[in-house]
Design a protein around this ligand. Structure first.
Ligand code: SKM
Length: 275
């Protein structure tokens, strides 16, 4: 085929913005490629993935609920993917399946490059202890926060996660109630609560003066978490659309060796959310 094929695989997958993002990257950089959505049956991710590559597919993004399965199927992993225990970017090289995880790089790039938030020496709070949080811990710790606290409904899960990464920097895990009396410069929501319109039970007063808040979720409207942050006096509250576009840019770079510009793509996807 004339166009090299890429896709994002998940279940469900209809909501994915990845095809729009990657076709804008391709257009902008003059790369000839196609990028589609691929709905894999819940019990047949491996088969769907193998079929895609057998048909000549060049690369896949992987989204929920298949990132851990993708990780397990890879022959070669980046350090980030190994640490995350999850893969969102797949490609083949010399007959082997390679995997990386670009979510954390995407988050850090959105925070520091796009938003201009300082990360080093900051007190950072991460909410949740699931895959989304595990996936971003390595790049976040690499940006040298003063402290990184992981808070979760089940404290033991946050503590176990922190223990997996404490060779990389000052990270601890706790329950939400344990946050009482502490405050943070940056708070990042990685719970899926936002999706259901729910708020993690956070004590008041955890935002330091001038604190900035980030929700990994995104949508047409500010998330409940962003509204909570504004009511608590946050200096800024941002959703996760920039992270989505930046993780895509990093995948595109891995596959094509070209780094696309993201600012215009972020605003164009933002507009499409509103219509
Ligand atoms: O990690 C990303 C994935 O690469 C693509 C995606 C999407 O298309 O919605 C979301 C995230 O899981």
């Amino acid at each position: 085929p004339l166009l090299e094929r890429y896709a994002v695989v998940g279940n469900p997958i209809g909501h994915s913005k990845s095809p729009r993002i990657h076709s804008q990257f391709a257009q902008q950089t003059g790369q000839l490629l196609s990028y589609e959505t691929l709905l894999a049956p819940l019990d047949s991710f491996a088969e769907a993935m193998q079929f895609f590559f057998a048909q000549g597919g060049k690369g896949l993004n992987v989204t929920l609920p298949f990132k851990e399965q993708a990780f397990a199927l890879c022959h070669r992993l980046s350090e980030g993917a190994r640490r995350a225990g999850a893969v969102n970017t797949l490609w083949q090289q010399e007959g082997e399946l390679w995997g990386d995880n670009t979510d954390g790089v995407g988050l850090v790039r959105d925070l520091s490059h796009n938003l201009g938030w300082q990360l080093d020496n900051q007190r950072i709070l991460l909410l949740g202890a699931g895959g989304a949080v595990r996936g971003v811990l390595m790049p976040l710790l690499a940006s040298q926060p003063a402290t990184l606290v992981i808070a979760n409904r089940t404290a033991s899960k946050a503590q176990a996660l922190a223990a997996d990464f404490d060779d990389m920097g000052p990270v601890v895990g706790c329950g939400f109630a344990d946050l009482e009396g502490h405050c943070f410069d940056i708070v990042i929501n990685g719970t899926s609560a936002s999706l259901q319109g729910e708020l993690p039970p956070l004590p008041a007063g955890i935002l330091a003066q001038g604190a900035r808040v980030y929700d990994m979720m995104y949508g047409a409207e500010p998330t409940v978490f962003m509204r909570w942050a504004q009511a608590q006096g946050a200096a800024q509250a941002q959703d996760g659309l920039g992270m989505l576009v930046e993780q895509a840019a990093q995948s595109f770079f891995i596959w094509r060796g070209v780094r696309p510009q993201t600012a215009k793509v972020i605003s164009s996807i933002r507009e499409s959310l509103l219509t």
